[in-house]
Ligand binder design. Structure first.
Ligand SMILES: C[S@@+](CC[C@H](N)C(=O)[O-])C[C@H]1O[C@@H](n2cnc3c(N)ncnc32)[C@H](O)[C@@H]1O
Length: 241
């Protein structure tokens, strides 16, 4: 397997004709993997760090490529008993994903879901302090990514948190074993492997960051085979660990 370059094969879940009931099961699998491997926790920790660094009474957090909205529900639950007021907005291209997200979020009035193509982002008609993009950037080519990253840094007043997969042979083979035990749908098994092949090496992320010189960048590797890339748009500082 040659992982020097990012895979360009599409994922099955990106087909807009996937039935809503099938998509629901695929998101169940993705959420199970995130729960077992701690994927969303990484984003929540970094939201907390930004909040600590840039204290306000109220924050609007926008999740692009929000899928079924699990990340936003976890954030809402995390901040429910805090003094900070959180407004949460989920954006996704897929109407079925948004329908599932709305259905699962009936008890979360602080979350709104809207249809938006990441490749056609315009100035938002709502505020955005922190912008999240989790397991979504790897769906796009090296040519498409810079287009929306520069929009992200324009839109987010405080920062952008990208949480995505490391392109790694070890991750690929470990996921094969993991998915044989824990993943139910064929789509999630297939797309999980494609996703790892479409993921990133640290040098890819550093290359993208070079065009975003108005933000301070921190890129860290996290278990399990994730990179978390935080762009502080509110501060100009470059630090690669
Ligand atoms: C692997 S899912 C990630 C979902 C969620 N963020 C998570 O971490 O579980 C990728 C999401 O990106 C969305 N997506 C794909 N292309 C998109 C586009 N052009 N604009 C907005 N969302 C898109 C898909 O519909 C899907 O919900």
């Amino acid at each position: 397997m040659d992982l020097r370059y990012r895979n360009t094969e599409s994922e099955l879940m990106d087909d807009p004709n996937v039935a809503i009931d099938t998509l629901r099961l695929v998101f169940n699998d993705i959420n199970k993997s995130n729960r077992l491997l701690g994927g969303n926790r990484i984003t929540i920790n970094n939201v907390c760090k930004l909040i600590k660094e840039f204290p306000r009474k109220q924050y609007t957090i926008v999740d692009i490529g929000c899928g079924d909205g699990e990340m936003l529900r976890e954030l809402a639950s995390y901040f429910r008993n805090s003094e900070i007021e959180i407004v949460l907005i989920g954006l996704d291209l897929n109407e079925n994903a948004l329908a599932i997200a709305r259905e699962l979020s009936v008890d979360f009035p602080e979350i709104t879901f809207l249809r938006q193509d990441i490749l056609a982002l315009k100035p938002l008609n709502f505020k955005c302090d922190i912008l999240l993009c989790t397991l979504t950037m790897h769906h796009f080519s090296n040519e498409q990514i810079p287009i929306f990253l520069s929009q992200f840094t324009n839109l987010a007043k405080i920062g952008v948190i990208i949480n995505d997969l490391q392109r790694s042979a070890l991750a690929y083979y470990l996921f094969k074993g993991f998915s044989a035990i824990f993943i139910k749908t064929k789509i999630a098994k297939h797309d999980g492997l494609i996703s790892i092949k479409s993921g990133f090496k640290k040098k890819d992320l550093i290359t993208f960051s070079k065009d975003l010189s108005h933000s301070a960048h921190t890129i860290n590797w996290k278990w399990a085979f994730r990179y978390v890339w935080v762009m502080e748009t509110a501060r100009l500082r470059q630090s690669y660990e």
